[in-house]
Ligand binder design. Sequence first.
Ligand code: THU
Length: 127
Amino acid sequence: MKDVVTAALHVKSNAHAPYSKYKVGAAVETEDGTIVSGCNVESSSYGLTACAERVALHSAIAQGYKKFKTLVIATRNGAAPCGACRQIIWELCGDIPITLIDENGKQVIMNSSDLLPHPFDNQSLTE
Ligand code: THU
């Protein structure tokens, strides 16, 4: 199994999801092959919950990485990322393949441009 897939599956077990019980693991592979992972971290105020994808990507940015090759998201049912995460994935990663993997190991690959067609981004601000 690819290291980035293994990382996403592993970090999912670290999810702090006492309210939804819905654990999410995300792992991003940087340009140089480094893997940075993140899980969802829920808050009792609900709205302060951090999604796994953003935890992983923000952590990678904080570690100094700027270019990303691929992202893997592990959930029990292989769900696609929420709208807020689609925006951040697009802005930080551009058009990259995203692998969704469920608890049975079933993988579905899609591109970030398919997940967020007609995006608002940096280009929208400068046109
Ligand atoms: N969640 C993520 O981590 N990523 C998504 O893209 C969708 C939702 C988390 C947030 C919350 O902890 C739980 O899944 C249920 O919404």
